[in-house]
Design a protein. Structure first.
Length: 129
C-alpha cells in the first residue's frame, strides 16, 4: 500500500459546514517503460548489434533515440513484441517469409532505385532524406 498524506479542510457551505479530505500519494509518479539497449535486444533476437543499428536506421525495427537524433538508441519492449507478433501474423506455412517493415519497399524490393539526395540545412550541414 502506498503511503498517503491527507489534509482536512473545513469550509462554510451554503446550508451547512463542509469538511473536505484531500489525500495524495507520497511516491513520485513514474512511468516504467521497459527500454532495451541494442546489446540486450541483439542477444534476445540472436542478431548482431550492427544489424540492429542498420535495421533501426532504415525503419525495419521500431526504435527510439533518447534526446534526439544523436541520442542513444533504445527499443521499447512493447513495440518489439508487437513487431514480432505482426511478422508472425503474416507468415503462413509453405509461403516464403515476408520482410519486416522496410519503408519504401514492396515485396522486399525498393520502389525508388535512385540514391537519396542530400538536403542542405540552415546551418550548412547536409542530411540524407
Amino acid at each position: 500500500m502506498r503511503p498517503l498524506v491527507c489534509s482536512l479542510g473545513k469550509f462554510d457551505g451554503r446550508f451547512a459546514p463542509l469538511t473536505v479530505t484531500t489525500c495524495m500519494s507520497t511516491e513520485p509518479f513514474a512511468v516504467h517503460l521497459a527500454l532495451l539497449k541494442p546489446s540486450e535486444l541483439a542477444a534476445q533476437l540472436g542478431v548482431s548489434r550492427s544489424w540492429l543499428y542498420d535495421a533501426a536506421k532504415t525503419g525495419r525495427i521500431p526504435s527510439i533515440r533518447i534526446g534526439g537524433e544523436e541520442g542513444p538508441l533504445r527499443f521499447v519492449s512493447e513495440d518489439i513484441r508487437r513487431w514480432i507478433d505482426d511478422a508472425r501474423a503474416t507468415w503462413s506455412p509453405g509461403r516464403p517469409t515476408v520482410p519486416t517493415g522496410r519503408p519504401g519497399t514492396v515485396d522486399g524490393r525498393s520502389q525508388n532505385r535512385r540514391s537519396p539526395r542530400p538536403q542542405t540545412l540552415v546551418n550548412g550541414q547536409q542530411r540524407l532524406l
